[in-house]
Design a binder for this molecule. Structure first.
Ligand SMILES: [Zn+2]
Length: 478
């Protein structure tokens, strides 16, 4: 083992306190003190082990709590090696000079427990505000949590409701935080990530940032675009029309896109999604802003380079608006399962005329649809002359097929080995959004839901990120 860390610290900075107490210096004294504490812990763990069945568990608990505390102490000492003095004056951030006024303490929660950070404090007379350059360097400006604990909290709170997340953090990580702090930290983490990805998306969509194409390049890239309602507080829907009986909206729509790739078809000619190839984006923002995110993620996923680019959607007009403006070269496909739903609905509207031939008629139309023969569906509907309300109702149902006819050439799409349904990813969307955001009794603020959705999309995309990064590294290192 190497000696105490008296030499180079992180990022090669020399610890400023090297002289210090006694023969081994400050770090030597510290090491001796910590070693003594470690000895006491070891003895206590050994005693616990002798206490029968629960001995091992007790020893684990004793050691973990003790080591966390010890680690917190070491972290505190390490932090105190740099008091954050950056000269008598520093830039306040707005081009003025802020003057050194003394040292101030800040309590931060870390994965090792609370740690007090004593650092130089500066004050800008013109802005009338104070700042500590050290806080910015450590990533704790305006924060009461270390970046490590904030990331851990974000991970827990994006997976399960806030109260359970607080419980998990305490049980699994030994970190005690109130539910409110878990919520605030996760929302801050998610909001920061959302802002960063919006900024990156603007640069990418504007071609100011050009990501390297994925390597190896996939043959087919799909974007499945969808919208789903998130239950929100009444304040968030004030003045908005809803579908409920009282006409009040209870949800706000989050727009979402899943990107995945496909290289192969199976023995029967059905396309097979590439493993771990999905990445997710979602936002409450209007279609235009969503479009920029889609554009950027598409570019990142190789949309400019793949042989076949496909957009799948349920038929909603805004989806094709985004697809056409952002990726005009993409093949547009209406999800076959949504189209079938519409066909069932169309059949119900005609039921009163179809009578006994209903099932036969529906079966024939489903065959038309599977083939992409929308003219056949139209001709079959037009055989029934309708009047009034019924005419409007059926006309609307039929309109869905006529408006989307070029996006329903299913036979042709299939012959090219393309997916024609979004079923493969719809389950993924439900898992990413629904499982966390749509539990009974939940009412979100838009900002809060957006932050948690951002965290969950990042988590769900991490498999692709990892695979892609590794591949890339291997290529570089080979
Ligand atoms: Zn200033």
């Amino acid at each position: 083992m190497r000696g105490p860390p008296g030499g180079a610290g992180r990022r090669g900075r020399r610890w400023p306190l090297r002289e210090g107490r006694g023969k081994g210096g400050l770090w030597g004294a510290l090491a001796a003190e910590k070693a003594a504490e470690l000895g006491r812990l070891a003895a206590e763990a050994a005693r616990s082990l002798g206490c029968g069945d629960a001995g091992l568990q007790a020893a684990e608990a004793v050691l973990r709590a003790g080591l966390l505390k010890l680690g917190g102490g070491v972290l505190g000492e390490a932090l105190s090696a740099d008091r954050g003095y950056r000269g008598p004056r520093v830039d306040c951030g707005r081009g003025h000079e802020a003057l050194f006024t003394g040292y101030r303490d800040k309590l931060i929660d870390t994965v090792l427990g609370p740690v007090t950070l004593r650092r130089a404090w500066y004050h800008c007379a013109r802005c009338e505000h104070g700042l500590a350059p050290r806080d910015a360097e450590l990533g704790v400006s305006g924060q009461s949590m270390s970046p490590g604990l904030a990331a851990m909290t974000g991970k827990a709170a994006s997976a399960v409701p806030f109260a359970r997340a607080a419980g998990l953090l305490e049980d699994l990580a030994g970190v005690a935080l109130t539910v409110k702090r878990v919520e605030r930290a996760a929302e801050a983490d998610g909001a920061a990530r959302a802002a960063a990805s919006r900024a990156r998306a603007a640069l990418t969509a504007g071609r100011k940032l050009v990501p390297l194409p994925p390597d190896p390049l996939p043959d087919k890239l799909y974007m499945v675009i969808d919208g789903t309602g998130i239950p929100v507080t009444s304040k968030e829907t004030a003045g908005r029309q809803g579908k409920g009986e009282d006409g009040r909206a209870r949800t706000r729509e989050v727009k979402m896109a899943v990107f995945f790739t496909q290289d192969k078809v199976d023995g029967e000619g059905y396309p097979v999604r590439d493993r771990a190839s999905s990445s997710y984006i979602a936002t409450f923002e209007p279609a235009a802003a969503f479009g920029d995110l889609v554009k950027a993620e598409g570019i990142r996923r190789g949309a400019d380079h793949v042989r076949q680019l496909t957009v799948i959607g349920d038929g909603a007009a805004w989806i094709w608006g985004v697809a056409t403006s952002k990726f005009p070269e993409a093949t547009q496909i209406v999800d076959l399962y949504h189209a079938r739903e519409h066909l069932y609905s169309l059949t119900r509207s005609l039921e009163f005329m179809l009578l006994n031939s209903r099932d036969q008629w529906l079966a024939a139309r489903l065959e038309d649809l599977d083939y992409g023969y929308i003219d056949g569906i139209e001709a079959a509907v037009r055989q029934y002359p309708l009047e009034g309300v019924k005419k409007d109702e059926v006309g609307k149902e039929l309109g869905y097929f006529l408006n989307n006819a070029p996006r329903m050439r299913y036979h042709w799409f299939r012959s090219r080995g393309l997916f024609v349904g979004s079923g493969v990813v719809e389950a993924g969307c439900k898992a990413v959004i629904g499982q966390r955001l749509k539990q009974s009794g939940m009412h979100w603020t838009v900002a809060g839901a957006d932050a948690i959705i951002t965290l969950r999309c990042a988590e769900a995309s991490s498999q692709w990120e990892t695979t892609y990064r590794n591949r890339h590294n291997q290529t570089g290192a080979a």
